[in-house]
Ligand binder design. Structure first.
Ligand SMILES: C[S@@+](CC[C@H](N)C(=O)[O-])C[C@H]1O[C@@H](n2cnc3c(N)ncnc32)[C@H](O)[C@@H]1O
Length: 244
């Protein structure tokens, strides 16, 4: 019998220096895993749903890694979504000049920020964003830290879109088979840890304490993903982004 209670363990990729060859290779593996999970398509779909009219003016991705996940989404949304400001927040400095240039080519002004997510979100004078995105990120934190993180996020945006590992037997079995598609030891380790720290049912909704006025949606997606969308009601203006 497989134990599927939620457990958090350190991920190797978070601890290796950005220029370590095993870390660099693992970030490439992540591109393929994101493709298999179909996460960019999901986030693009949820962005279109959240903004059926005018496009948002600002997006932040927390735990953005090298920024190429959001770049893939930008490619799906442009040219209909024109110029906008993007913050790529990560504790490590990972965004290359090439990635920044690719964003600029699409008309998205991308600013990498290297900081811990809690410190960054807690800044009382920090900017607000039309959308905050988290992909394969929230699962890093235990429930107490997650509740704190979600409440900080709710103060800085009207829309959160998060795409995380599904904590299921199927995802766990798949995570143990990543060697078959050539993923390295770092990716193979972190994938199993991530699934065990992933989510099911309405676990993230249960940690949302921002109060009334929010619509929450939480479901499994595809074979391996679990998503959570929180939208603040009456979000009639994009420039009034919900900072309180
Ligand atoms: C699994 S990677 C996902 C990267 C990207 N979202 C993607 O899908 O390719 C998780 C990222 O979270 C970052 N991270 C972990 N803990 C963090 C923290 N406390 N503050 C900011 N970034 C953090 C790591 O450096 C890593 O780049």
């Amino acid at each position: 019998m497989i134990n599927l209670s939620r457990t958090i363990e350190p991920e190797w990729l978070d601890e290796l220096p950005p220029d370590d060859p095993r870390a660099m290779r693992s970030r490439r593996d992540l591109d393929r895993i994101n493709a298999l999970m179909m996460n960019a398509g999901l986030v693009a779909r949820e962005l279109r749903r959240a903004f059926p009219g005018p496009a948002p003016r600002s997006i932040a991705e927390i735990g953005a890694g090298d920024g190429r996940f959001l770049l893939g989404i930008a490619r799906k949304l442009t040219p209909r979504w024109g110029e906008l400001d993007v913050v790529l927040l990560d504790q490590q400095k990972l965004v290359s000049h090439e990635t920044r240039r690719d964003f600029i080519t699409l008309g998205w002004r991308a600013q990498p920020v290297t900081e811990d997510v809690f410190a960054w979100l807690a800044q009382s004078d920090g900017p607000a964003f039309d959308v905050i995105i988290a992909n394969l990120f929230l699962h890093h934190f235990d429930n107490a830290k997650l509740a704190e993180l979600l409440s900080l996020i709710a103060r800085r945006t009207r829309t959160l879109i998060a795409c995380e590992p599904q904590r299921s037997v199927r995802a766990l079995l798949f995570s143990r088979m990543l060697g078959v598609i050539g993923c390295n030891d770092v990716t193979r380790h972190d994938a199993v840890v991530s699934v065990r720290a992933g989510f099911k049912d309405e676990e993230l909704s249960g940690l949302w304490t921002a109060g009334d006025g929010w619509t929450l949606q939480e479901r499994t997606y595809g074979l391996f993903s679990h998503y959570f969308v929180a939208t603040r009601d009456n979000s009639d203006s994009h420039s009034d982004t919900g900072a309180r």
